[in-house]
Every structure is written in C-alpha cells, then in structure tokens.
Write a protein that binds this ligand. Structure first.
Ligand code: PMV
Length: 333
C-alpha cells in the first residue's frame, strides 16, 4: 500500500550532438540535456520494516522489485565483493539504489516505495537508463536526508552504465547529472558549454532497436584489426568536435550544421550507420536542415538534424515520409 508522499526527483534525457564513438577513445564529444523529456521518481513512505520497493510504471517494461531487509543485506554483501561488471546483479535499478546507499554509508534501506515514470524513450539513444538512474540516486538521497553534488551522482550512475553498456565513455551520466551542455573528454575535467543561441534540433527515430553495446564492440573490433585506420577517423572526429564547440559558442549555426553532417560521414566510415539512418539524414538535409547525423550508438536508433525553427515542421514531415517511426523537436539553450 502506498503511504505518505515524500517528494519527487527527476533527471532529463540527453542527446549526443557530436563526437560519439570517438569519445570512447579519448576524443572530445558534445552532449546536451533534453529537459523536455524527464525521468521522475515519486517517493512514498512504506510501513516500518517493509524495506524498499522500486516500481516502474511506464518504462516500456514492468519492474516490480521488492526487497526485504534480509535480501538487501545479501545483495549488499554480494555487491561489496563485486570486482567485475559481469558479476554484478543484472537489474540496474536496485543496483543503483544499493550503490547510492553504500556511497552514503547507510546499512539499511529506508522503508519507502520509489515509483518511476519516464518520458525518455527506452533504447533510443536519448539517455533513458542514465536519466532513470540519476533520478533514483536523487530519490535515494532525498529519503536518506543527504544531498550529493553532480560529480558524485555522475560517478554512481556511471557504475550502472557499465553494467548495462559494457565500456561506456561516461558522457551520458555526466551530461544528465550536470543538466548542462558539456564538452566532454574521458578523464579530463568537465567543461560546461555556454550556447550563444538556442539550438533547434529535430530527432528522427528509425524505429529500429539499436544496441550501443554491440556497436561499441564492433568499433573496437575494427580498431583492433586496423588501429591506424580507426584512429585516423577518431582524430578527424575530434577535430570536428573542437570546431563545433567554437561554432556553438559564437552562434555560427550554418557552420555547426556542416560539421554535424561531416561527423555523420565519418560515422559511416566507422560502420555504425545503417541504410535507415542514412535515409533519414538525407531526407532532413533535402528538407533544408543545416546539418544532420546519427546520434548515439547508431546501427538503428535515432538521428538528429539542426534546423532553423521556421522549417521544423517541414523537416519533421520529410523524416516521417522517409520512414521515421516518430520525431521530436527540442529547443536546447
Ligand atoms: O547510445 P547512446 O546515446 O548511449 O550513446 C552512446 C555513445 C557512444 O559514444 C557510442 C558510447 C559511449 O559510451 O560514449
């Protein structure tokens, strides 16, 4: 039974503007939060001794995980001995809560129900897993009377990203925890970006489920086979991203558009595009977008187009006509 409402926490979705895949190899990338899509967690008190329950109502799947204190301690002891991602429990939602409780130095789960609602579509490169995990970390802090800075939230969420995605660069958890456009390089201090003017992005969904884990692994295989060739592409992407940063900071939208499209061509060379993504990119450009590219892991999933707001509907129509299963338009500032 749901008890007293304690509060609500949230976290936005995200999109990778430019630099995916090369970011895994230390090159910079730019990501922006998508605040129009939110993962939210409502926190309710539960009867004393009932432990913690995580309910997921609309994640596109149903997760109803009930943990007693005993199960919790067992999980916790397993976790504390965990040394390798493959040994970790497979359910990332309780896992992120455990990680947070451990991080806060708490021995027992509070008696609460954490009810998740998320508008961030699953498996679409829009940061669903990191958004839900971030909202859960924030909810766990809320019920424990603690607060954590974005850097620490990002660190905890990164552990679940490893669990789900294999060898993530850390860009998703970072942009979502900071809720700001970021210029991100693995292992380097975070740089927050200030956009000279708002970005109008149109996102087209191929409707084809994509596995970032699989495309990241495929890029790694090609890199192992021919490091010089892959590194040539990574370097070119890195240079494009640095130029894109400047274009964003001085508001040169048409240059930014060209750089996005150039990045798409390099992602094609890395073999992470697909005929469906290419078709949507061409359709957006033909409809007048300033630039277009796949976004995220590729192999399916989504593409994005930089669009002057006056032709947003035209671009959305063109994407639908070219086979997009759905489109979204966002203003990022
Ligand atoms: O599929 P997404 O949106 O989570 O993006 C993956 C981005 C990659 O660069 C391909 C992988 C990573 O961890 O950065």
């Amino acid at each position: 039974m749901v008890g007293e409402f304690v509060g609500r926490t949230s976290a936005p979705g995200k999109t990778i503007l430019i630099g995916e895949h090369a970011v895994v190899y230390g090159k910079p990338a730019i990501a922006v939060p998508v605040t129009q899509l939110l993962a939210q967690v409502d926190v309710f008190r539960a009867p004393a001794g009932s432990g913690m329950r995580i309910l997921s109502l609309d994640l596109g799947c149903t997760i109803d995980t009930e943990y007693s204190q005993r199960e919790y301690s067992q999980q916790l002891s397993i976790l504390s001995k965990t040394t390798h991602p493959s040994e970790m429990p497979s359910d990332p939602l309780p896992y992120v809560v455990y990680q947070t409780l451990q991080y806060l130095g708490l021995d027992h789960p509070p008696d609460v129900i954490l009810q998740i609602h998320s508008d961030v579509p699953l498996g679409r490169g829009l940061g669903s897993s990191a958004a839900v995990a971030t909202a859960l970390v924030r909810a766990t802090c809320l019920v424990s009377g603690h607060s954590l800075p974005p850097e620490e939230i990002s660190h905890i969420v990164f552990q679940t990203e490893i669990l789900q995605h294999g060898t993530p660069s850390g860009i998703d958890n970072t942009v979502i925890a900071y809720e700001q456009p970021i210029f991100y390089s693995k292992g380097r201090p975070l740089e927050r970006l200030h956009l000279h003017r708002p970005l109008h992005l149109c996102i087209g969904d191929t409707g084809i489920p994509a596995s970032t884990r699989a495309t990241v692994a495929a890029v790694r295989q090609n890199w192992e086979r021919d490091p010089a060739k892959s590194e040539g592409y990574f370097n070119e992407i890195g240079q494009i991203v640095t130029e894109a940063r400047l274009a964003l900071e001085i508001g040169q939208m048409s240059r930014l558009g060209q750089l996005l499209t150039a990045n798409h061509h390099l992602l094609q060379q890395l073999q992470v595009s697909s005929p469906e993504l290419d078709r949507l990119v061409v359709a957006a450009l033909q409809a007048g977008a300033l630039g277009a590219k796949l976004s995220g892991g590729g192999g399916g999933g989504i593409m994005l187009a930089l669009v002057n707001p006056g032709i947003m509907e035209q671009v959305q129509r063109a994407l639908k006509a070219a086979g997009a299963s759905q489109t979204w338009s966002f203003e990022i500032s």
